[in-house]
Structures are given as C-alpha cells and as structure tokens.
Design a protein around this ligand. Structure first.
Ligand code: IMP
Ligand code: MG
Length: 177
C-alpha cells in the first residue's frame, strides 16, 4: 500500500450497523417493494452488503447510475455530471437511493432533482456516511450509517484516485504522505 491509511471504522462495526439499517428499512417498507438505485461507483460495496440485510419477504429490485463530481482528486470539483443513466423506468416506484457519502450535498441534490422529474411514487435516501460539517446544499437523508468528521475517507467502496475501494473497513488517509 502506497499511502498510510488508518482504520476509522472497522469491518465488524460496519457490518453491525448495516444489520440495524437493514432491519429498520425492512420495517419501514413492510408490504412494499423497494427499487434501490445505487450511485456508482462508490455505492457498490455498501449496497451489496446492505441489501442482503433487508428481510427476504420484501421484494427488492435494483438499478445503477454513474455520477461524477470528484475527478481524481480529493476535493470536489462542484461540477456534477451524469455519466451513465438508469436502465429501468422509476415511475410509480418506491425508490431508495443508495449512496456512499453525502458531503457538500451537491451530488444528491442534482440526482434528486433529476429523479423527481420521472414520477417516482416515493424517494428516500440511504447513505453509508454523512459529513454534515461540509454541507453546502440541504438534502434529505433518511438513513445514515455513520456520521463522520471532515476527513477524506477511503475503503468500503470509496476511493482515492480510483484505488482502495476493496478495503473491507473505512480508512483515513494520513496527511503528508
Ligand atoms: P458531494 O456532492 O460533495 O456531496 O460529494 C459526494 C461524492 O463525493 C460522494 O458520492 C463521494 O463519491 C465523493 N466523496 C466525498 N467525500 C469523500 C471522501 O471522503 N472519500 C471518498 N469520496 C468522497
Ligand atoms: Mg458517490
């Protein structure tokens, strides 16, 4: 590993929290279907684990879109781009947006505005991480895995210059490496 990375949230803690979130989501969506929309690429590890903690009695379908806002740096460009769109219509569906992290909120705002033009029945947001101190735009966050301070994190789906997504824990890059 090129950079020095320390563990912020362990694999065990992540899994325990996801189990709780899965239970909560299962209660909230009892008798309904969930159409989960993952925001690539950061969501893929979280989404795979979370959906398996949702009660099997609930019908879950999923689709993905790719949004870029960061380029290859650790600072947001502030310019949000839709790189690949959904493959399944969302009208009249109960949508659960699955995101890795809500930071400034710009990505989520852009996405929710976009989704709301497509007549979904309901839209809720589920994010693995929330960095509330960085928020620039108000966005709803219905389910939050962990609130974290203003630190750049990697692992568990999240990257720095496209690497470290495979780490099973959440790590922090140490400064000056
Ligand atoms: P926002 O538009 O500023 O809320 O940024 C959201 C996106 O930036 C997230 O979906 C992440 O992909 C990325 N991001 C924000 N903070 C971090 C971080 O600490 N590590 C890795 N990616 C991050
Ligand atoms: Mg993301």
């Amino acid at each position: 590993m090129k950079d020095k990375i320390s563990v912020l949230i362990s694999e065990d803690k992540i899994q325990a929290r996801l189990k709780e979130m899965g239970k909560q989501i299962s209660e909230d969506y009892k008798g309904k279907r969930i159409h989960a929309l993952g925001i690539l690429k950061g969501c893929y590890v979280f989404m795979a684990d979370l959906l398996r903690y949702i009660d099997p009695s609930i019908e879950v379908s999923c689709d993905f879109l790719t949004i870029s806002s960061y380029g290859d740096q650790t600072k947001s460009s502030g310019v949000v781009k839709l790189l690949t769109d959904l493959t399944i219509p969302i009208d009249h569906k109960d949508i659960l947006v699955v995101e890795d992290i809500v930071d400034t909120g710009k990505t989520m705002k852009y996405l929710l505005d976009n989704l709301n033009t497509r007549s979904p029945k309901s839209v809720k947001v589920c994010t693995f991480l929330d960095k509330p101190s960085r928020r620039e735009v108000e966005v709803p966050t219905d389910y939050i895995g962990f609130e974290i301070p203003n630190q750049f994190v990697v692992g568990y789906g999240m990257d720095a210059a496209q690497i470290y997504r495979n780490l099973p824990y959440l790590g922090v890059m140490e400064e000056g490496e």
